[in-house]
Design a binder for this molecule. Sequence first.
Ligand SMILES: Nc1ncnc2c1ncn2[C@@H]1O[C@H](COP(=O)(O)OP(=O)(O)OP(=O)(O)O)[C@@H](O)[C@H]1O
Length: 261
Amino acid sequence: MRGLTAGWTSVPAVSGIDLDIAEGRLTALVGPNGSGKSTLLKTVYRALRPASGLLLLGEDDLWRLPRREVARTVGVLGQDQHGGFDFTAREAVALGRAPHLGPFGRLGPGDAATVAECLAATGCAELAERPVSTLSGGERQRVLLARALAQRPRLLVLDEPTNHLDPRHQFEVLELVRGKGITVIAALHSLDLAAYYADRVVVLHEGTVAAAGPPRELLTPELLRRVFGIEASLLTDPVDGRPRLLIRPSRIPSVQEANPS
Ligand SMILES: Nc1ncnc2c1ncn2[C@@H]1O[C@H](COP(=O)(O)OP(=O)(O)OP(=O)(O)O)[C@@H](O)[C@H]1O
């Protein structure tokens, strides 16, 4: 992203964004409500044209590439994404193969295998024949992720992918996309998940980049106090040595307030 400015009104929601997204790594985008995370991601998956600036995919201007090529390259799990609800889960995931199919749009044996593999990887194999409209929020979220994975994208854009998910599935979704050679940009509300899974964290604040770097160096109490208005302790997980973030309100309740009885 080079000098990227975008928004909905004359006041841009994000402005002057300069960012390099590391290839094959998971970059977490964090920031308070309304800081511009979804807006920025929408410019990447071409749902919102930037007002100015450039988005480069390698050497190419992402907004000048043919639509089909972008569909082959960029997978998306948007926030409250709709579509595909009249289909079964398997059919919805098969839509992810569409940019790769020939002129008649027929799925080959390889495509069907990819669909089955992505359903299984996201824990959706048993949901395959269910209409998407009958699935729970979390099940639907996983089917939509399976569809994005079935695209076999080089770049995966995830807008709050752990929304609606129970703790185990929150971990599983991030395990699934991380370290697989896919470049992932994920807006996350959980700072702990960002600390635990991201190779790099980008903190957005009021539409600009407040800080960017590896979680252990970046997520300092000072930064989190300034941007989020919370108190935080960056810890090391005693089991696997990875960074964890423990957060508490800015005004710490007294022991008596916290345990009224
Ligand atoms: N369709 C829209 N029309 C007008 N303004 C919008 C639209 N979508 C977002 N905005 C505004 O743009 C700003 C950035 O919103 P955005 O959704 O990008 O923030 P966010 O960081 O993703 O927030 P959240 O954490 O609440 O999801 C906000 O002020 C929001 O009100």
